[in-house]
Design a protein around this ligand. Structure first.
Ligand code: AHG
Ligand code: MN
Ligand code: MN
Length: 334
């Protein structure tokens, strides 16, 4: 009989020894994320049915209006990771500052901090389009047994222990890496289990999809404008196809599977673009690099940037290796 693919739970147990610093703590943490994601998935699925869509009054630190599901997803992940004392600290796109896990004696023995974008692409909720969750995990740098400090969160992406996303799309998939490749697990809603559906994901070195918000074209730097024109030119395998969902998770997931490039550049209106280094760009960069691709701010490798603040934004160009190389050539010229 053909062997059935493992569930995420089975995979975590089978591979625990290959995880960095395998003590079971990381498996426990990924297990908690898996559970929280199931709860958010349930809520996202019924968003059209109940009065949970639409904006609430609160405005987050980035000055954007939060959607109700943002608040819900943030709460679910906080409750699961903080209140159950799985980690020692959490930073969320939806919170002004990081959260220290209370319970000094026990929880400060925990090694890991989590950074999270609980609901990515939240404006898609109102129109039944895909949304996601993005997470990033680091080992704390401050001494175990003390409350976490900001330094624990301001680490460059190349020190990530694990990163992943959940895409709540036509099906729900959790994709993550612990530095040993990228693996995708699709949720079987009838059983409530995630099944390994995409082992060892690899992004094609080249592709024919470019994803960028072209409505901002007039405000982009010269190099980006020229690169976009290059994508549209009739020559060789070009013009490329344009695809932009407006949820980073969905755009990156598609590009990893099919090959392509995603750009959220700086503009004359936003000098560092829109995406957040810690909650969005670093985890996506880790996944894309683990899948064989590249992630850059146009000049530097995303994962080598030393963060200076929690909600820092950074231009983001990521995807198939040859396409990112090409885009960078245009940035240099400009
Ligand atoms: P979030 O919903 O977490 O604020 O993220 C939205 C982000 C990202 O998912 C997406 O790629 C980008 O915003 C789209 O921005 P524009 O509408 O400016 O293109
Ligand atoms: Mn986001
Ligand atoms: Mn968000």
């Amino acid at each position: 009989m053909e062997k059935r693919p493992p569930t995420l739970g089975e995979f975590l147990i089978d591979n625990q020894n290959s995880f960095p610093y395998a003590t079971g703590e990381l498996s426990r943490l990924l297990n908690s994320i898996r559970l929280a994601a199931k709860m958010v998935n349930h809520e996202v699925n019924k968003a059209g049915l109940v009065d949970i869509t639409g904006a609430v009054d609160s405005v987050n630190i980035q000055g954007e209006q939060q959607q109700k599901l943002d608040v819900y997803a943030n709460e679910v992940f906080t409750k699961t990771l903080v209140n159950r004392e799985i980690i020692c600290g959490l930073a969320s796109e939806e919170e002004d500052s990081y959260v220290t896990v209370p319970g000094f004696d026990k929880s400060h023995r925990n090694k890991y901090v989590v950074l999270i974008d609980p609901l990515d692409g939240s404006s898609n909720i109102d129109v039944n389009a895909p949304v996601g969750t993005i997470f990033s995990i680091y080992r704390r740098v401050s001494p175990v047994g003390t409350p976490v400090t900001e330094e624990d969160f301001l680490q460059p992406g190349n020190l990530q222990v694990s990163a992943g996303y959940i895409l709540y799309g036509t099906s729900t998939i959790m994709v993550f890496t612990t530095g040993n490749g990228v693996h995708g697990f699709t949720l079987n809603p009838a059983l409530g289990t995630y099944i390994l559906s995409h082992p060892n994901m690899k992004i094609p070195p080249n592709g024919n999809i470019y994803s960028v918000n072209e409505g901002k074209y007039a405000h982009f730097p010269q190099g980006v404008k020229k690169y976009i024109k290059y994508c549209q030119q009739e020559e060789g395998d070009r013009p490329y196809t344009s695809r932009y969902i407006g949820a980073l998770v969905a755009d990156v997931h598609r590009n990893i599977l099919k090959g392509g490039i995603f750009l959220y550049p700086q503009s004359s209106q936003a000098e560092n673009g829109k995406l957040r280094l810690l909650y969005e760009c670093n985890p996506m960069a880790f996944l894309i690099e683990q899948a064989g691709g590249r992630a850059s701010d146009g000049h530097r490798r995303i994962m080598e940037i030393k963060p200076t603040e929690l909600h820092q934004r950074v231009p983001f160009i990521a995807g198939s290796e040859e396409m990112v190389d090409k885009a960078e050539e245009f940035m240099k010229e400009a």
